[in-house]
Design a binder for this molecule. Structure first.
Ligand code: F0G
Length: 418
């Protein structure tokens, strides 16, 4: 395993007075976290939140995202009880795929039905600290739902930019009722993100996409939860975590959780799970970069998939996520929409309702187990990122047709007997 795992964590910080600072992932330049609004370093690279004190499992206390408050940049201010999501056993699927153990970490069980809540409880808290007025994001849907809910809870104005005609019904309904102003943009998600970045640079709004390093701090708690719970139940950490990839925010966030634990000595390098990303074949620039061994991702201008949540051609967190996949010995794989729907059906058949993008993780695991990349001796956790009801149309299309019957028992019995 590469020593990337420890990169940047050995050096004494210049700005550690408050114990928290921002650091450029390329130059190591440091910035005070709450004095100005800043999304990138002077070099134009991504920023990462750093802490003087690194986490150990012993100090975690409480439930949910804020159990990890010692590893988060702000105090708990805006919360709807996010995190503490289930780690389900699925014995039939485990059997079918043929691994030593399989768990599903179902992030669809968060308050607005996706993992985005973990990022927003922190990100909207930071927005309060910075004293900004209007919050904004580009979104394939889930981010907009979470931003609207957490912004509403904080009493802040929210603006969301969505790709017209490409966002699942449940997500628009949430953003709308939680009170966001919704702009439907002619273009895909990447166009929306270009525009909202311009708006943020011009001071029109505070950007809460995963480009914002504070949001990823909240999402990092997915990693802490998986490791803690897995060890409690199996006495060991998982060998591999498989997750859907869009902007690669979660991939970056999980890698950060691992690095912090390694740096504190709570996790040994050999215990770090292999980060394994899955994309839809019609939107797979990360897979392309991993397969070609590239350090950078080439933007795909044309993207298409039924898994609209990950219909993304320009994964902004690739510079953080690619080193994570590489350093942990993981990989990335593309799956077809049919494989995604099959996995969605299988999960639902065992009681776990997820949206299409979420099912990509299981579809990817199936594929990697079949081609031998994943061994039968592995303990695997698949992340499912959003709830089935987020995309009712996709669920109905993947499910069975209702049957019409007359309004009396005889007729029903006759129909059943057919
Ligand atoms: N799964 C779901 C259900 C998502 O909504 C997203 C991203 C991802 C996976 C990908 O996660 O970006 O961390 O790699 N949705 C964003 C949104 C883009 O706007 O809701 P990632």
């Amino acid at each position: 395993m590469s020593l990337d795992l420890m990169a940047g964590y050995e050096e004494p910080p210049d700005l550690a007075d408050e114990g928290v600072w921002l650091e450029c992932i390329e130059t190591g330049e440091q910035y005070a976290p709450f004095e100005e609004v800043r999304y990138r370093s002077d070099a134009g690279a991504l920023l990462e939140v750093r802490y003087a004190d690194l986490p150990t499992f012993e100090e975690f206390e409480g439930e949910g995202v804020w159990r990890y408050r010692e590893s988060l940049p702000v105090e708990q201010e805006v919360t709807i009880d996010e995190g503490a999501t289930p780690l389900y056993e699925l014995p039939r699927l485990e059997d079918e795929i043929g691994v030593q153990s399989l768990r599903i970490k179902h992030e669809g069980m968060n308050p607005t039905g996706s993992f985005k809540d973990r990022g927003m409880t922190v990100g909207v808290g930071v927005a309060g600290e910075l004293g900004v007025e209007r919050l904004a994001c580009a979104s394939t849907g889930n981010t907009s739902a979470a931003l609207a809910a957490y912004g509403g809870r904080a009493g802040m104005e929210t603006l969301v930019l969505l790709p017209a005609g490409k966002v699942a019904a449940g997500k628009i309904a949430q953003a709308s009722l939680h009170g966001a102003r919704i702009l439907e943009v002619e273009g895909n998600f990447d166009t929306c993100l270009d525009i909202v970045q311009d708006l943020a640079e011009q001071g029109e709004a505070y950007l809460l996409n995963s480009l914002n390093p504070f949001r990823l701090e909240g999402q990092k708690t997915i990693g802490f939860e998986i490791l803690e719970r897995h060890r409690n139940e199996y006495d060991t950490f998982p060998d591999r975590i498989v997750l859907p990839v869009g902007n690669a925010g979660n991939t970056a966030a999980l890698y950060k959780a691992f690095r912090e634990l390694v740096a504190s000595g709570a996790l040994s390098e050999s215990e770090v799970p292999k980060l394994t990303g899955v994309q839809a074949a019609g939107a797979a620039p990360m897979v392309e970069a991993v397969e070609k061994g590239k350090d950078e991702v080439e933007r795909w201008e044309e993207v298409e998939t039924r898994a609209t949540a990950i219909r993304i051609g320009n994964p902004v967190n690739a510079p953080k996520a690619l080193p994570g996949i590489r350093a942990t010995g993981g990989t990335a794989v593309a799956v077809s929409d049919e494989q995604i729907t099959d996995a969605q059906r299988t999960l639902a058949g065992e009681g776990v309702g997820v949206e299409p993008a979420s099912a990509a993780s299981v579809a990817g695991l199936r594929k990697l187990r079949e081609d031998g990349t994943v061994g039968s001796d592995e303990r695997v956790v698949c992340l499912t990122t959003g709830h089935l009801l987020k995309d009712p149309d996709a669920a109905a299309a993947a499910g069975v047709e209702p049957e019409s019957v007359p309004g009396e028992t005889e007729g029903v019995l006759e129909h059943l007997g057919e």
